[in-house]
Ligand binder design. Sequence first.
Ligand code: SF4
Length: 208
Amino acid sequence: MKSLEICEIFYSLQGESNYMGMPCIFVRLARCNLRCSYCDTQYSYAPGNRMSFEKIISEIAMYPAKVVEFTGGEPLWQEDTPQLMQILLDMGYKVLMESNGAMYIDEIPHEVIKILDVKCPGSGEAGSFQRANLSLMAAWDELKFVLTGFHDYRYAVDFITQYKLEGRVIHFSPVTTMLPAEQLAEWMLRDGVQAKLSLQLHKILNLR
Ligand code: SF4
């Protein structure tokens, strides 16, 4: 029986994608290959509890929603993650994945909605994004830039222009302790940026 190292499984509203606001079961996988300066899930770096696919699926089935999101840590750090995604798709779940973008998505089932970070300089991990992922993304996949200040904002805008990403769903998500959302909104309006301001709904509502 296949298994994965799990940090936690919990139920909340999806907080930062086109699926924002939907009830969602989160499977947070243990371990991450990056160390972002603003990371709010450092507890996921440690080894997790090894759980069989069967046990993970039974925990997911305890909740009433039919949307599952794989997150981390980095969900692609464990090579068996795509197999569990396929099983859940076959069971009729909508499957989302938030990844740090530093690993190839070529093994991920096509139907999975992939939300990929492009790390900016303020993260300390700029350059980690696998650019080949841009051509592997499906039309429904999304990109997210977490921004700590104006330098990151310029980096994100230049990245969109350089790789001609204007037609894609792109989220600009401020680290609000470093970049007030109002300031980011002002820049986006001034420049008519083809991206969406994304605030973390679950944090606004004091959910998990
Ligand atoms: S990729 Fe995510 S989990 Fe990993 S260090 Fe960065 S913010 Fe934290």
